[in-house]
Design a protein around this ligand. Structure first.
Ligand code: 13P
Length: 254
C-alpha cells in the first residue's frame, strides 16, 4: 500500500526483545485508533520481527519493517540479515542510512545505495535517512552533506525507483539528545533536502516525496513539528518505546 501523510515511524533501535514487543503491542494497540489517512510504521530489532508480525496480524493500521539489511542478497555474513528474509515475517518496510549505521558500522553512501536496492528488490518500502552532525552544521555544511547523502544513495538505485523512496531528515545533534530542531530548523533543512531530491529526480517527484523529521520527537513537540513547512511525518526513537507516548504522538496530541 502506498504510504500516506502524516507518517509516524518508530525506530526501536536495540530495544525490545520478542516478549517486550508483545507487551508493548498489547498496550499500544488498545490506545491506537485509526487516524484518517495516517501511516504508522515500526522498526523493531530483527529478532522481534516475527513476534511483531504475529501481534499485529489483522491490524491494517500498523505496519513494520527492518532497521537494517546487508547490501548483498545472501552468503557468508555472520550476524547479518538480508532484505529478502524480511517479508516472511510480514515486514513491508526497511530503513537505510541511519546515522548510527553510518557512524558505528561504517555504512557509506554507496553501501546505503546498495541497501536501498536490496530493499526495493525484496518488495520493501525503503526510508533513506540523511542528516548532518553538529560540527558540519556549525561549519555551514548542511546543504553539502545532505546533497552528498541524497545524491550518493540515489545514484546507486534505478531511476524508476527513485520516485518511490521515502526520506527522513535526522540531524545527528538532535538524536537522543533531547535537543530538537525547531520547526523553523526542520522547515529549512527539509527545503534543502527537497531541493537535493529534485536535482536527483525531478521537481514533481521531490514535491511528492514523503520527508520525515527525526530527532528528539515527543508528544510535547509533535504538533509544532508536523505544522512545519515540508514536514510530512516523524521518525521517533526514544519516545516510541513507551505505548502511551507513541500513541500520543500518532494522535498528534501536544
Ligand atoms: P530519538 O527520537 O531518540 O532522538 O531518535 C531519533 C532517531 O534516531 C530515530 O531514527
Amino acid at each position: 500500500m502506498a504510504p500516506t501523510r502524516p507518517l509516524f515511524a518508530a525506530n526501536w533501535k536495540m530495544h525490545k526483545d520478542p516478549v517486550e514487543t508483545r507487551e508493548f503491542l498489547d498496550a499500544f494497540l488498545t490506545r491506537h485508533g485509526a487516524r484518517d489517512g495516517a501511516t504508522v510504521v515500526f522498526f523493531p530489532p530483527a529478532i522481534s520481527l516475527q513476534a511483531f508480525g504475529e501481534s499485529v496480524a489483522g491490524r491494517a493500521d500498523v505496519e513494520f519493517g527492518v532497521q537494517d539489511v546487508h547490501e548483498e542478497t545472501h552468503g557468508a555474513h555472520t550476524g547479518a540479515i538480508s532484505a529478502s528474509m524480511a517479508p516472511a515475517t510480514g515486514a513491508t518496510w526497511g530503513l537505510a542510512g541511519h546515522s548510527e549505521r553510518r557512524t558505528e558500522f561504517g555504512d557509506d553512501d554507496a553501501t546505503v545505495g546498495a541497501k536501498l536496492s536490496r530493499l526495493f528488490e525484496a518488495g520493501l518500502q525503503p526510508i533513506l535517512c540523511v542528516g548532518e552532525t553538529l560540527e558540519e552544521r556549525e561549519a555551514g555544511r548542511l546543504e553539502e552533506v545532505l546533497r552528498r547523502q541524497v545524491t550518493g544513495a540515489l545514484d546507486s538505485i534505478g531511476a524508476a525507483r527513485r520516485e518511490d523512496l521515502v526520506y527522513a531528515y535526522e540531524p545527528v545533534w538532535a538524536i537522543g539528545t533531547g535537543r530538537t530542531a525547531t520547526p523553523a530548523d526542520a522547515a529549512e533543512a527539509h527545503a534543502i533536502a527537497r531541493r537535493c531530491i529534485a536535482d536527483s529526480t525531478n521537481e514533481q517527484d521531490a514535491a511528492n516525496a514523503i520527508l520525515l523529521y527525526g530527532g528528539s520527537v515527543k508528544p510535547s513537540n509533535i504538533d509544532d513539528l508536523l505544522a512545519a513547512e515540508g514536514v510530512d511525518g516523524v521518525l521517533v526513537g526514544g519516545a516510541s518505546l513507551e505505548p502511551a507516548s507513541f500513541a500520543a504522538i500518532c494522535a498528534g496530541e501536544g
